[in-house]
Design a protein around this ligand. Structure first.
Ligand SMILES: *Cc1c(COP(=O)(O)O)cnc(C)c1O
Length: 424
């Protein structure tokens, strides 16, 4: 029997081959695992959730989410059942995500899935994804081509020496994350290249879904609420899908966790659309002058101009299905919350995680959570300062600078930046 098949979240068509899109309605495809009861594998990291990962070989990486019960921050907020999902480097807690964000949970299963094939992986990233996939590329030797906006280059470091399998294409000064997505799409269409797929990639979503699985296994139940800062919303969709599987399993409760998702103002297209009760994003209303607004964000990696919000099985459906809500968080609230978390929990965290902490504070103030509720707060990235105590970080240099996303690919070719065998 096959480990899983893919079901369209829109029209429920079933597919047995690996693909990114439903042929009839373009809805998100979701993995339907033949095993409905989760049995943990006896390995250190995220590989323990092998039953619900779309790969055949068990991963043995020590990287994976860590869930722990908060005492200090919980006391400060007056919460009795606050659990932190820490996705970063914090060995004292057993957390070994060495690129320090939960993008690594996406990278390991995605790379594992194409390993052994002849393709190179192509993706776009504002920084954390690029680092995660570069790290897994260095560990496995699988070639990755990554388009990175200039603003993300400062995040291009690794806990190891970069390898030749890593190919970074830096975007020009006036490009943002969405421009990198468009260039990556064009490169991926070349022979020998394979699009990583973003939110459509089930290995990515199910990898991120291990946050919810780890939380439920640790708490021996699903949480009442799940808090996360989103840019694309892939992590929110993944948490919802994982909770659907946990509900089917039967041992973790029947009620789906309420998704409490947050964006960083002033660029918050999904927050705006949701607040207006709309199932789609209207450009002029929800994100006027995006470049200017993105420039003003503290957590600028949460800036995706084309998030999977209205697609069947996307963020809007996830919010509706879980009775969820969205928060719009100002820079100053995000910074304050980030500092509060670091003070009480004793570890450094990334700006987006500060946005999530601020959303929990807001939900408390608005009485959207109760003191006794079981809450999972996804700290999507952190521990870089802690990592620097144990590792020497190396900078990854770009192979090419692309002034815009429609640059002729021959230009990149001529400079022999991309793999020669592809263009021979
Ligand atoms: C990508 C990222 C997010 C947003 O995740 P999505 O669910 O994909 O929108 C939040 N925090 C950090 C640190 C990230 O790298």
């Amino acid at each position: 029997m096959q480990k899983y098949d893919l079901i369209c979240a829109g029209c429920t068509s079933i597919y047995n081959d690996d693909r990114l899109k439903c042929a009839s309605d373009g809805g998100l495809l979701r993995t339907n695992y033949s095993k409905k009861t989760l049995t943990l594998k006896d390995v250190p990291g995220m590989g323990k959730f092998h039953d619900w990962l779309p790969i055949n070989e068990v991963m043995t990486t020590d990287s994976g989410p860590v869930t722990y019960r908060s005492t200090e921050l919980a006391a400060e907020l007056g919460l009795n059942n606050l659990f932190i999902s820490f996705n970063g480097y914090w060995p004292e807690k057993g957390a070994y995500v060495k690129t320090c964000s939960f993008k690594e949970l996406e990278a390991f299963p995605t790379v594992q899935k194409i390993r052994g094939g002849k393709s190179s992986l192509v993706l776009a990233s504002a920084g954390n994804t690029a680092r995660a996939f570069s790290h897994v590329s260095a560990m496995t030797g699988v070639d990755v081509y990554i388009a990175v906006p200039a603003s993300g280059m400062s995040r291009m470091w690794l806990p190891e020496e970069p390898t030749d399998s890593i190919h970074i294409i830096q975007m020009g000064k006036n490009c943002d994350y969405t421009d990198s997505i468009h260039l990556a799409e064009r490169i991926a269409a070349l022979p020998g290249m394979k699009a990583e797929g973003g939110a459509r990639n089930v290995a990515r979503r199910d990898g991120m879904g291990t946050v919810m699985l780890d939380a439920a296994v640790t708490m021996k139940r699903m949480p009442d609420h799940y808090f996360q800062a989103i840019g694309s919303g892939t992590g929110g969709i993944a948490a919802w899908e994982a909770s659907l599987r946990l509900r089917d399993d039967g041992r973790f409760g029947k009620k789906l966790p309420v998704l409490q998702l947050s964006q960083n103002l002033p660029f918050a297209p999904m927050f705006n659309a949701w607040k207006a009760g709309r199932c789609d994003i209207v450009k002029d209303i929800d994100m006027p002058d995006p470049k200017k607004l993105i420039h003003e964000m503290y957590a600028d990696i949460l800036s995706n101009r084309e998030p999977p919000y209205s697609v069947a099985g996307g963020v809007y459906d996830a919010l509706c299905s879980t009775n969820g809500t969205m928060h719009g968080i100002t820079n100053s609230d995000a910074i304050k919350a980030q500092q509060m978390f670091e003070r009480y929990e004793g570890i450094d965290i990334f700006p987006p995680a500060g946005v999530a902490v601020a959303s929990l504070v807001e939900a408390l103030n608005e009485h959207k959570v109760n003191a006794e509720d079981y809450i999972v707060l996804n700290i999507t990235g952190g521990g870089v300062k802690r990592l620097e105590m144990d590792y020497t970080l190396s900078k990854i240099e770009p192979e090419f600078i692309a002034e815009n996303s429609s640059i002729p690919l021959e230009e990149i070719m001529n400079r022999k930046v991309l793999d020669r065998k592809v263009f021979a």
